[in-house]
Design a protein around this ligand. Structure first.
Ligand SMILES: Cc1cc2nc3c(=O)[nH]c(=O)nc-3n(C[C@H](O)[C@H](O)[C@H](O)COP(=O)(O)OP(=O)(O)OC[C@H]3O[C@@H](n4cnc5c(N)ncnc54)[C@H](O)[C@@H]3O)c2cc1C
Length: 414
C-alpha cells in the first residue's frame, strides 16, 4: 500500500544536505539494540535523528503491553509537538536494530535550529503537527483518557482544557449509552464511577483532578526559573495575547505567555469567525487560537496554563509578575491582554451550574451536552445567538430554540 499524503508529511526522510546541516547542532552517539532513547513521562527529551539502524516509537497500555506506533530508519527523526509545547513525553522510543547510531540535538540547540534554519524547520514542524493529528485522530493511539460525565462541570473543564492543548486524548462520556467495558477500564485503575472524573495519563491516574493538577502532570504548568529574566511576559492567551507572543518571539525576544484558564480566551469559545483578516472562508475560533499558539511556540515562545498573574511590581530595572499564589517571574516588559470578564446573572447558586448547564460558550462540546434540549440564550449581543445557531452539533443534532430571553429586544426563535 502506498503511503498517504498525511503519512508522507508525518514521516519525511531528510536529505543528505539537511543531515550535514544538522550535524552542526548535535552530537553522534551509538544506541545499543533495545536501549530506550526516551520513555513515557519524561519531562523533556532531545531531538534525535536516526543515522544508521532503526528506532521504534511505542506506547504502553495500562497493563504494560507494548503497542507499536512507528519505526524510524536512517534520515528520519523522532519527536512530535511536545518538543515545542514542553509537554512530557507520552510515547517511548527504543533502538530495534544492532549498530544504531543517532544525532542527538539538545532542546536548547533544537530551538536555535528551529529559529535559524527555516527549510529544515518547515519539514520538522509539518511532521510534528501531522504526527499529533495522527495520534489525535485515533489512527495512532490516544495517550490520555478522560472519563467523566458530560453533566459534571469538572469533567467538562478537563475535556475543554485537553482540547485547547491539542492533546491526543480520548474523552469517555459515562452518559453515552454505547460505551463498552468502561467498568473494566475503571476497575483496572482502581476507580469507581462515583470517583470520576478520572484522567489516565502515561504516568498517573488522576482522581477528580483540578485543571491545574492535570496541567502539572502534563508538564505545561509554570515552572519558576529563579535567575531568569524574560524579555517579555504576556498575560492572557486569547487572540490578543497569542498575537503578542508571535511577534515577541519572532523578534527574538525570550517570550513567556501565561493564561489563567487555557489557551484561546473568548475566541476559543467561538464556533465560527468570519471577519478575521486573512481567512476569507472563515474558521472556527479553536482553529484560529490553536494555530496561533503553535505559531508562537514554533518561534520560541513558552506558553503556560492555567497560570494566573496576580500582581505586577517594579524591581530595579525590571518587572516582577506574581503568578498563582506564591510564584513570580522577572521580565523587561509586560503586555496585558486579559480580555473581558463575563457579567454574570444575579441568580442564587449560579456557580454550581457553571459548565454543567450554564455555559459561556457554545462550541461542539457544549452543543453535545445540550443536544435534544431546549436552550435559553440570555443576552442582547450577537455572540451567544450566533454560536448557538451555528454550532455544528446543534445544527446536526437538535434545533436550538430561544425559549426565553432576558434581553429587551423582541424574543425570536433562532
Ligand atoms: C461565542 C463568541 C463568538 C465570537 N465571535 C467573534 C467573531 O465572529 N468575530 C470577532 O471579531 N470576534 C468574535 N468574538 C469576540 C472575540 O473572541 C474577542 O474579541 C477576542 O477573543 C478578544 O481577544 P483578547 O485576546 O483581547 O481577549 P480574550 O479572548 O478575552 O482572552 C483573554 C485571556 O486572558 C486570560 N486572563 C484573564 N485574566 C488573567 C490573569 N490575571 N492572568 C492570566 N491570564 C488571564 C483569560 O483567561 C483569557 O484566556 C466572539 C466571542 C465569543 C465569546
Amino acid at each position: 500500500m502506498s503511503p498517504t499524503p498525511a503519512a508522507d508529511a508525518a514521516f519525511p526522510t531528510l536529505s543528505a544536505d539537511h543531515l550535514a546541516l544538522l550535524h552542526r547542532f548535535g552530537t553522534v552517539e551509538a544506541v545499543d539494540d533495545g536501549t530506550f532513547v526516551f520513555v513515557e513521562g519524561q519531562a523533556s527529551y532531545d531531538f534525535v535523528v536516526i543515522l544508521t539502524g532503526a528506532i521504534a516509537v511505542v506506547r504502553h497500555t495500562i497493563d504494560r503491553t507494548e503497542v507499536p506506533i512507528a519505526r524510524h530508519t536512517p534520515g528520519r527523526f523522532l519527536g512530535e509537538l511536545s518538543l515545542l509545547t514542553g509537554e512530557r513525553t507520552s510515547l517511548a522510543a527504543r533502538s530495534v536494530a544492532p549498530d544504531t547510531t543517532v544525532l542527538r540535538i539538545p532542546t536548547a540547540r533544537f530551538r536555535e535550529l528551529m529559529a535559524s534554519e527555516p527549510d529544515v524547520a518547515d519539514i520538522v514542524f509539518t511532521a510534528f503537527v501531522a504526527r499529533r493529528e495522527i495520534l489525535r485522530s485515533g489512527e495512532g493511539a490516544a495517550t490520555v483518557r478522560i472519563i467523566g460525565s458530560r453533566f459534571s462541570a469538572r469533567s467538562i473543564e478537563l475535556e475543554s482544557f485537553a482540547r485547547r492543548q491539542r492533546l491526543a486524548h480520548q474523552w469517555i462520556d459515562l452518559d453515552d449509552d454505547d460505551i463498552e467495558d468502561i467498568d473494566v477500564l475503571l476497575a483496572s485503575v482502581g476507580v469507581t464511577r462515583a470517583a470520576t472524573p478520572v484522567v489516565i495519563t502515561p504516568t498517573a491516574v488522576l482522581r477528580n483532578p483540578t485543571v491545574g493538577e492535570f496541567a502539572a502532570n502534563l508538564g505545561v504548568s509554570f515552572a519558576p526559573s529563579p535567575n531568569r529574566v524574560h524579555d517579555l511576559v504576556v498575560v492572557g492567551a486569547g487572540p490578543g495575547g497569542l498575537a503578542a507572543g508571535v511577534y515577541g518571539a519572532s523578534e527574538g525576544l525570550d517570550t513567556l505567555v501565561i493564561d489563567a484558564r487555557s489557551v484561546g480566551g473568548q475566541a476559543g469559545a467561538s464556533s465560527r469567525i468570519e471577519n478575521y483578516f486573512g481567512f476569507p472562508n472563515g474558521l472556527s475560533g479553536s482553529e484560529l487560537v490553536e494555530s496561533g499558539a503553535l505559531q508562537a511556540q514554533r518561534l520560541g515562545a513558552t506558553i503556560n496554563a492555567p497560570c494566573a498573574a496576580r500582581s505586577i511590581d517594579v524591581a530595579g530595572d525590571h518587572f516582577v509578575v506574581g503568578i498563582g499564589t506564591d510564584d513570580a517571574v522577572a521580565c523587561r516588559a509586560v503586555i496585558i491582554a486579559t480580555g473581558v470578564r463575563y457579567r454574570k446573572l444575579d441568580v442564587a447558586d449560579l456557580e454550581r451550574f457553571e459548565n454543567a448547564g450554564v455555559f459561556y460558550a457554545a462550541t461542539d462540546l457544549e452543543a453535545r451536552v445540550c443536544a435534544g434540549r431546549h436552550v435559553v440564550v440570555i443576552g442582547g449581543g450577537n455572540s451567544a445567538g450566533q454560536a448557538a445557531a451555528t454550532s455544528p452539533s446543534a445544527a446536526r443534532r437538535s434545533p436550538w430554540r430561544c425559549a426565553a430571553t432576558t434581553c429587551t429586544a423582541p424574543c425570536r426563535s433562532i
